[in-house]
Design a protein around this ligand. Structure first.
Ligand code: ADP
Length: 267
């Protein structure tokens, strides 16, 4: 982070009395933050403009050529509904992201049972899994396993990971959710819980892995759009995990599948 530290007026560098100096340290970090902010605004504008342009085009067509053609009208209305849904999801994810970022320094304090959270996330994604012919399998340890956390945000982590596993790794036919207690996690320096969401789908090439949690980063933009993705899911996961002082690990092998592990300090 850049720091701005005012020096006492006129002191140290021999300015006339009453003068003021600010020393801006780490200008590079300041510039980098500004570039990132500009990129983000440009990306959001682009992501919103795509469905908006489609909507405006179809309104025009409905007014003109398709006005007296009920079949074409219904087809265009269905596309407009899909595009409006895309904008709605994007705005929802942007709000989630900014809320999580704003809260990142405030540690959540509720006692949350991870088993219950996983049950809820699995139930939410069951219909999608069934529609795609994917078996959702819960394995590993059971019973009450507590962490200090925010129940809604923890549910969001696992819902996002399970949804991605179904959408991008569903060709493997199954998604496994494994939970393990760890007596001493070396990086977190204490007892922890590890939840792994793994699939046997197409996997991800290693060059993409370090950038996967960046906002709007997708391996295949067309595929993500087709699946209704916003490109923000893993960025949201990363920030929620950070807020819970946990770790996110991504392992994947092209052609074999992926494993996303979330390690949280146990309470
Ligand atoms: P999106 O809305 O595009 O799904 P995410 O941030 O959730 O955005 O994921 C970023 C990208 O990571 C996805 O577009 C996809 O290319 C890749 N990805 C995420 N999960 C998996 C997975 N289980 N298998 C293969 N690729 C994945």
């Amino acid at each position: 982070m850049a720091t701005v530290s005012p020096l006492p007026p006129g002191e140290e560098i021999g300015l006339p009395q009453g003068g003021a100096v600010v020393a801006i340290e780490d200008v590079t970090a300041l510039e980098e933050a500004e570039v990132m902010r500009r990129d983000f605004v440009a990306n959001v504008s682009h992501e919103l403009r795509t469905p908006l342009t489609a909507l405006m085009g179809f309104v025009e067509t409905l007014r003109g050529a398709a006005k007296d053609d009920p079949v074409a009208r219904d087809r265009f209305l269905a596309i407009m509904e899909r595009e409006a849904g895309r904008m709605n999801r994007l705005v929802g994810d942007l709000l989630s992201l900014s809320r999580v970022e704003a809260e990142e320094r405030r540690r959540p304090t509720s006692d949350v049972d991870i088993s219950a959270v996983l049950k809820g996330a699995k139930q939410t994604l069951q219909p999608l899994a069934e529609a795609r012919g994917v078996a959702l399998i819960r394995e590993g340890e059971d019973g009450v396993m507590r962490v200090k956390g925010d129940p809604d945000q923890l549910t969001q982590i696992f819902a996002n990971l399970i949804e991605n596993a179904i959408k991008y790794g569903g060709s493997g036919g199954e998604v496994r959710i494994n939970v393990a207690r760890i007596a001493h996690e070396p990086v977190l320096r204490g007892p922890a819980l590890r939840v792994e969401v793994s699939d046997r789908g197409e996997g991800i090439e290693s060059i993409h892995l370090p950038r996967l949690t960046e906002r709007f980063y997708r391996v295949d933009t067309h595929r993500s759009r087709e699946q209704g993705g916003t490109g923000l899911g893993l960025a949201i996961v990363k920030h929620i995990v950070a807020r819970h002082r946990g770790r996110l690990k991504i392992e994947s092998e092209k052609g074999k599948g992926s494993r996303f592990s979330v390690i949280l300090p146990a309470s």
